[in-house]
Design a protein around this ligand. Structure first.
Ligand code: G3P
Length: 225
């Protein structure tokens, strides 16, 4: 399962890249609004940092298919053809996905709450379906279960699309979907930076260091031996 950062703050992205093996960055219009700067300035900064081969996802804003197609072409012109264009999985979006996927653009169908949206998006040529785990939970359904249903629809029908699970509240949701074999998860810094935060783990590592220093002296490491 690929792991992406769902955020646009370059400092947070740098911090997470320093520690964790991540595969790219996803954004949405709300995330870009929170960044508070011109959208392409922020997206280009992210692209420059993560490099041309890492995944970068940016979303169209227009409500109609023609406008979405125009937005998509501007996104790929500014950020490179390899950039993933997020298009909402609604009727106008399906029309745009069909046109853009035929032209070879990489499409991430987004704002997915139901298996039917994901099924139609895959048929329209999207290669990722961004299902919103926590938002589905908040509607009184089971987001992880919905994601698993979509994964089964894709695999049992031999569809090319895979899941880009999004909107996570905790690491358990991420792990459960990794165990199920979904293609990717995009996770906010607040959840990623708590992936490995556990007193037992910290204490085990500190015990090893203290025992070793008992042998070699305070502050000594393997390099000093
Ligand atoms: O990018 C869309 C998705 O990640 C939304 O997440 O946390 O706003 O529900 P959230």
């Amino acid at each position: 399962m690929k792991l992406l950062i769902d955020h646009a703050d370059i400092d947070k992205i740098r911090e997470i890249y320093r520690y964790y093996p991540v595969d790219g960055v996803t954004t949405n219009p709300s995330i870009l609004a929170a960044a508070g700067r011109p959208p392409f300035e922020v997206l280009r900064e992210i692209r420059d940092f993560i490099g041309p081969d890492a995944e970068l996802h940016a979303q169209v804003i227009a409500r109609d298919a023609a406008g979405m197609v125009k937005d998509a072409k501007r996104i790929t012109k500014e950020l490179g053809m390899g950039t993933w264009v997020k298009i909402p999985a609604v009727p106008e979006g399906f029309a745009a996905m069909r046109e853009l996927s035929a032209e070879g653009l990489r499409i991430t169908a987004t704002a997915i709450y139901t298996p039917m949206q994901a099924y139609l998006a895959a048929k329209a040529g999207a290669l990722y379906a961004a299902v919103y785990i926590n938002r589905v939970d908040n509607m009184g359904f089971d987001g992880v279960k919905v994601a698993k249903e979509i994964h089964d629809i894709y695999t049992k029908n031999g569809m090319d699309a895979g899941l880009l699970c999004a909107s996570f509240k905790n690491s358990q949701q991420v792990l459960e979907l990794a165990e199920y074999g979904v293609r990717a998860a995009t996770v906010g810094p607040d959840v990623i930076l708590n992936f490995v935060k556990n007193a037992a783990i910290t204490s085990a590592v500190e015990d090893f260091i203290r025992d070793f220093e008992g042998l070699t002296g305070p502050g000594k490491t393997m390099s000093d031996c």
